[in-house]
Design a protein around this ligand. Structure first.
Ligand code: FBP
Ligand code: MG
Ligand code: MG
Length: 322
């Protein structure tokens, strides 16, 4: 079985990009190890502080962020990083070719209950002459990503990766400490009857989204004409992994619970990298009215409405919004 680094050497002609992806994998092995130890390593619970988005940080949010920040900063190929847990971008190496954006620990509310979490990453080319602490350098639409992926920490640790040429999965063999290639050119089925949405927010959505979900719940007797199943893991990485494995639709639409936060998920280090994976696997991604990866970002922590997964189902949601 092919090791990640060997795979990268065969599929990617840029040595610096290989270094960045390899370093992400090495650090995520560390995070996976911390998660395996859990309570034994004293990593559970709250860090008793808030991040820039006003969300309470878990100890592991901070630990994972520091591991990724420190290891990437040490790499000559990285000009700067931006993270969910850092208020501003952090400059790394002046001559680095890449900017790395990440959600160090996705699904934070799952940490303390020993349920799946993940790390999401997006890699952009550093614009010529830009500085790693300059937010404007990062504000590139998702369709300019050089590579994107996630690492899922579940019963096994899995990296899903795209460098713009299909989607590949690697499983961490903990006996040898290597990610090994398991699946190539992953494809998402075009049709589905499985959805994932936090139903408790229904009354806060736009009327079109409420109507779609009402119709979907009517099953085979409703206008959509089929019986749907529902799943909600409360970690985007796990939902997207399920969809990349067997199809489905994931929705975290805009809502009016809190006018300051019309959407929950972040464009640059959650929605964009997941969109690149999904589109590379033949799925579709949308805000319900426009393509996520075409959005010109205004800020690194910008939030966005997310509808992604099996192509036909995403198109149905868009039709409700037209
Ligand atoms: O609290 P809810 O509505 O279940 O939200 C779950 C969503 O929030 C997130 O956990 C947000 O990510 P973070 O844990 O990185 O803040 C998503 O992974 C997930 O889809
Ligand atoms: Mg997240
Ligand atoms: Mg997070």
């Amino acid at each position: 079985m092919l090791r990640l680094r060997t795979f990268l050497q065969q599929h990617c002609d840029n040595a610096e990009l290989i270094d960045v992806i390899d370093q992400l994998a090495v650090t995520c092995k560390d995070i996976a190890h911390q998660l395996t130890l859990g309570d034994l390593a004293g990593i559970l619970g709250s860090a008793e502080q808030e991040n820039v988005q006003g969300e309470c940080q878990k100890k592991l949010d901070v630990i994972a962020n520091d591991l990724l920040k420190d290891s990437l900063a040490a790499l000559p190929a990285v000009r700067g990083i931006a993270s969910e847990e850092e208020p501003d971008p952090v400059a790394c190496n002046e001559n680095g070719a890449y900017l790395v954006l990440f959600d160090p620990l996705d699904g934070s509310s799952n940490i303390d209950i020993n349920v799946t979490v993940g790390t999401i990453f997006s890699i952009l080319a550093a614009p010529e002459g830009s500085h790693g602490s300059d937010e404007a350098a990062y504000l590139q639409p998702g369709n300019q990503q050089v590579a994107a992926g996630y690492v899922l920490y579940g019963p096994s640790t899995i990296m899903m990766l795209t460098t713009g040429n299909g989607v590949y999965s690697f499983t961490l063999d903990t006996r040898m400490g290597e990610f090994l290639l398991m699946k190539e050119n992953i494809q998402v089925p075009a049709a589905t009857a499985e959805f994932a949405i936090n139903m408790s927010n229904q009354r806060f959505w736009l009327p079109a989204m409420q109507q779609y979900v009402d119709d979907l719940l009517k099953g085979e007797t409703g206008p959509l004409g089929k019986r749907y199943n529902m799943r909600w893991v409360a970690a985007m990485v796990a939902e997207i992994h399920r969809i990349l494995t067997r199809g489905g639709i994931f929705l975290y639409p805009f809502d009016n619970r809190d006018p300051a936060k019309p959407g929950k998920l972040r464009l640059m280090y959650e929605a964009n990298p997941m969109s690149m994976l999904m589109e590379q696997a033949g799925g579709r991604c949308s805000t319900a009215s426009e393509a996520i990866m075409a959005i010109q970002p205004q800020g690194i922590h910008q939030r966005v409405s997310v509808v992604m997964g099996s192509a036909e189902e995403v198109s149905i949601v868009e039709q409700y919004h037209h």
